[in-house]
Design a binder for this molecule. Structure first.
Ligand code: ZN
Length: 89
């Protein structure tokens, strides 16, 4: 009998909010990651800001959504930018 290997797809919790998720981000924070990355490509091209500067700027903006802010705070606090790769799939 072979032991089944532990799948990366097993149920997990969102690293930001702890909500049930299939990856490291729940669907809301995955959506937020997607829009953060899309918006950053404009900022980077137009203003040449680094990703961390960009995150700090959007945290100060009142029009930034709650999910995006939580995600930005998480990435700034932990330096875990790799979590945003979840949104690229
Ligand atoms: Zn979440």
């Amino acid at each position: 009998m072979s032991k089944s290997t532990v799948s990366k797809q097993q149920a997990q919790k969102c690293v930001v909010c702890g909500f049930f998720s299939e990856g490291r981000l729940c669907f809301r924070h995955r959506l937020a990651a997607k829009s953060l990355l899309e918006a950053y490509s404009f900022w980077r091209d137009a203003l040449g800001v680094s990703f961390r500067d960009y995150l700090q700027q959007i945290l100060r903006r009142s029009e930034t959504g709650r999910w995006a802010k939580e995600l930005a705070e998480y990435v700034l606090k932990t330096g875990d930018e790799g979590v945003l790769d979840e949104a690229k799939v």
